[in-house]
Design a protein around this ligand. Structure first.
Ligand code: MG
Length: 215
């Protein structure tokens, strides 16, 4: 790993350990490294779908800061299906009692402030497909880690993969070949990308790094 990036992330070690999320450290480091190696960034912006409380944003945002680029991170901050009441990944402390809904925005914002990333990270509070309709440009890097149900995962792919430039990087989290280990949709996105002109550049745990090599 690049030594300056390693140093920048090491400085956030305590913040990384104390930020709730679903990104093991080794995978977070591999994610940051994939943005570091992305040849189309910072010429084109990087997109993260699924900010939650900002754990993976620390990894990507620190790299964006180092390369002088912009990371746009998108989340409605109302929690994915799997974060709602009654599901495995629900945290009752994240319920806004007035709205009666989940709200991860305050926590996310705190993380980005503490990581000193407000100058490199654009926070978009929106459904990612809605935002895609208003975003006419091209992107150099795409990380999909939003809703893991079939509809949200495939809709994110449909909305954002066409905006990725040739030579750009597509990172997918929670890809499990074995159905016993995890849900199917992220794995389906991985298979779709192989059919859509991507090649596998790296794998670490459930993180797949793909490069777009043809249209
Ligand atoms: Mg994930």
């Amino acid at each position: 790993m690049n030594i300056s990036l390693e140093r920048a992330l090491k400085a956030h070690d305590r913040l990384i350990s104390s930020t709730p999320g679903f990104m093991p450290k080794e995978e977070g480091l591999a994610l940051a490294e994939s943005l570091y190696k992305c040849e189309k960034f910072p010429q084109f912006p990087a997109i993260e779908i699924g900010s939650y409380q900002g754990l993976s944003t620390i990894y990507l945002g620190s790299c964006a800061k180092m390369k002088g680029g912009v990371l746009i991170t998108i989340d409605h901050h109302r929690g994915s299906e799997e974060n709602q009441f009654g599901w495995d990944y629900h945290d009752p402390n994240l319920i806004d009692p007035v709205a009666g809904k989940m709200d991860t925005l305050t926590h996310f914002r705190r993380t980005i402030d503490l990581a000193d990333l407000t100058g490199s990270v654009v926070t978009v509070i929106s459904d990612s497909q809605l935002f895609a309709k208003s975003f006419g440009g091209q992107i150099g890097f795409l990380f999909i880690d939003g809703g893991h149900g079939s509809n949200p995962a495939h809709s994110d792919y449909n909305a954002w993969v066409p905006k990725l430039v040739l030579g750009g990087t597509f990172a997918i989290h929670d890809v499990f070949e074995d159905p016993e280990k995890g849900g199917r949709p992220p794995y389906e996105l991985y298979l779709r990308s192989l059919e859509d002109g991507f090649i596998e550049a790296a794998t670490l745990g459930s993180l797949k790094i793909m490069t777009k090599v043809s249209k």
